[in-house]
Design a protein around this ligand. Structure first.
Ligand code: FAD
Length: 469
């Protein structure tokens, strides 16, 4: 086995967690190598965030064109796929460039930990060995496969669904979480007949009913059939279609479609040949790696971040953890603080959440005030022909400190950052209400929701003052 020069930091996996860890480690002056068995950029760049958002954007452009021309636009899906691939290539080229210019050694192959300070890198014909002082594990996740519906043929995971060469005439989606909804609406906008089967009582199950409602209305308007309380049990594949059987109210039903897309969650890449068991890294019962607030595993010089540790499986959470882990390696006292991790659904209208929800505050009996304001009276959203939705702000009743916020509406994905910063900085609703927001902009809806919450707090305070003694 070929022995490579030792490094200070070894990173396994080059997704948003791994490449950020490698970059930051090199920037802090540590000799760094990253090992990737597939493509630099990971799931996010190649089969996740980036390609899905590129195709979603194409589906919106197609739809707008169709509406403007009041006719069925003919579309070359080949063009949409080529656009997506160009975006992916640009993004992955950018990551490659950043790593190389920071001096990170990029190694290709499958990494297996063969000792607490040694990794084997296997690639057809060329096995290599590398020793390291510290390691950051960032091996990410893969789609969960249902035993009754194994991937293959007409049963797709999100990866294949993003790479079809032609628009399917019909698609049945099993799982109405954010990936199912995003890809379902995208294909519906490309004129595919979409059915979503969701096991629970509502698609987008993580969101409160009032927030999900505008999205569900739009999904219906896009011609999507949503069947809740439905459990897929088996599929028969035919030459040009598939019959999917599902249970609802204890009765068996079926739906026919050209393809089935299974989006029921993701499984951490902590199994296989990675060697965690071999070196004794402590795992939790759900297959995730146990870590402390510095992302340190049970082996103190080995760290783990991203989809393989607890918390939401999101790209920005992975890269945030990367910064904390590498700062810890560099001897700093950095620690994770998860109170403000934004979550975005790139549906139409967009949906975004950060911090606590009203339901969570009620469950924890935290006294809060809710400030709300609607996009329907905002000049900018009217101009954009997107008056649907609202901003909901949750603030501590006594102090007015913002504890959470949800947005459903146009550009929620961008707007949520202001509220994330507010939570991160411990801002109050008064801070947001008194911040001058440019006019006419969508951000004014945030300011108005803050004013709404502030009025309620002031009313409560005045009531307290008015109590006769
Ligand atoms: P990954 O991105 O999964 O990267 C892990 C890398 O490690 C892979 O490249 C893999 O090949 C490599 N690897 C694994 N094992 C080894 C080994 N033994 N040796 C060498 N290399 C190895 N998140 C968002 O925040 N926003 C979104 O809009 C969003 N949209 C998504 C859409 C879809 C369709 C999907 C599937 C996911 C989406 N996500 C989104 C989730 C996001 O992609 C993940 O949370 C993120 O990629 C996780 O980053 P990571 O660094 O943990 O790992």
């Amino acid at each position: 086995m070929n022995q490579l020069n030792p490094v200070d930091t070894l990173v396994i996996g080059s997704g948003p967690g791994g490449y950020m860890a490698a970059l930051k480690s090199a920037q802090l002056g540590m000799k760094t190598a990253v090992v990737e068995r597939d493509q630099i950029g990971g799931v996010c760049t190649h089969v996740g965030c980036i390609p899905s958002k590129a195709l979603i954007a194409e589906s919106h452009r197609y739809n707008t064109y169709k509406q403007w021309n009041n006719t069925a636009a003919s579309i070359s899906f080949e063009h949409a796929q080529a656009f997506k691939q160009a975006v992916v290539n640009k993004q992955s080229g950018g990551v490659n460039y950043l790593l190389k210019s920071a001096g990170v050694t990029i190694l290709t192959g499958e990494a297996s930990l063969i000792g607490e300070h040694t990794v084997a890198i296997k690639k057809a014909g060329t096995d290599q060995k590398l020793s390291f002082k510290h390691a950051v594990l960032a091996t990410g996740s893969r789609p969960i496969e249902l035993q009754a519906l194994p991937f293959g043929g007409r049963i797709l995971s999100s990866t294949e669904a993003l790479s079809l060469s032609q628009i399917p005439t019909s698609l049945v989606i099993i799982g109405g979480g954010y990936i199912g909804v995003e890809l379902g609406q995208m294909y519906a906008k490309f004129a595919t007949k979409v059915t979503i089967l969701e096991g629970g009582g509502q698609v987008l199950p993580g969101f409160e009913a009032d927030l999900a409602a505008p999205v569900i209305r739009q999904l219906n308007d896009d011609g999507i059939t949503i069947i809740t309380g439905a459990i897929a049990i088996k599929a028969e594949q035919h030459a040009d279609s598939l019959t999917l059987h599902y249970l609802k109210n204890q009765e068996q039903h079926l739906v026919k479609a050209e393809y089935a897309l299974v989006t029921v969650g993701r499984k951490a890449n902590t199994d296989g040949n990675l060697g965690l068991g071999h070196i004794g890294v402590q795992m939790s019962s759900n297959g995730l790696i146990e870590t402390d607030e510095q992302c340190r595993t049970s082996i103190p010089h080995i760290f783990a971040i991203g989809d393989i540790v607890k918390g939401p499986a999101l790209a920005h959470k992975a890269s945030y953890e990367a910064k904390v882990a590498v700062e810890a390696i560099a001897g700093e006292s950095s620690a994770v603080d998860y109170k403000a991790i934004p979550l975005v659904v790139f549906s139409e209208p967009e949906l975004a959440s950060v911090g606590l929800t009203e339901t969570e505050c009620k469950a924890k009996a935290i006294p809060v005030v809710i400030g709300k304001s609607s996009f329907s009276i905002n000049g900018r959203s009217l101009a954009l022909k997107a008056p649907e939705g609202f901003v909901k702000m949750i603030a501590d009743q006594a102090s007015g400190i913002v504890m959470g916020a949800q947005i459903v509406g146009v550009e929620a994905s961008t707007l949520i950052s202001e509220l994330t910063l507010a939570i991160e900085m411990g801002a109050t609703v008064e801070d947001l209400a008194l911040t001058i927001h440019p006019h006419p902009t969508l951000g004014e809806v945030i300011m108005e929701a803050a004013e709404n919450a502030l009025r309620k707090i002031m009313k409560d305070r005045n009531k307290e003052k008015a109590v006769p003694n």
